[in-house]
Design a binder for this molecule. Structure first.
Ligand SMILES: [Zn+2]
Length: 84
């Protein structure tokens, strides 16, 4: 008899999330104010949007975030170089 896959666990977890809400942890820091989060139980991913609320991390949002992250890093690098 084979053990069941983790998919069953995920289904149970999303049921758990529906009842008690997601348990988000920061998975990626995009900028000072924008972060990506992942639910510990069901692996659902969300991100801070421009209005500061959480919304689903769609491929489109990932694209926006990587652009923002790139701009944020460049600005920081320039700032560091300017100070030095
Ligand atoms: Zn969840």
């Amino acid at each position: 008899m084979k053990t069941s896959t983790t998919q069953h666990g995920n289904k149970f977890s999303s049921f758990f999330c529906n009842l008690f809400g997601h348990h988000y942890v920061v998975s990626k820091r995009v900028t000072e104010h924008i972060k990506e989060y992942k639910c510990l139980h069901c692996q659902k991913e969300v991100t801070t949007d421009v209005s500061g609320k959480l919304s689903a991390l769609t491929p489109q949002m990932q694209d926006i975030n990587s652009t923002l992250e790139d701009m944020y890093r460049k600005r920081q690098n320039r700032h560091v170089q300017h100070v030095a």
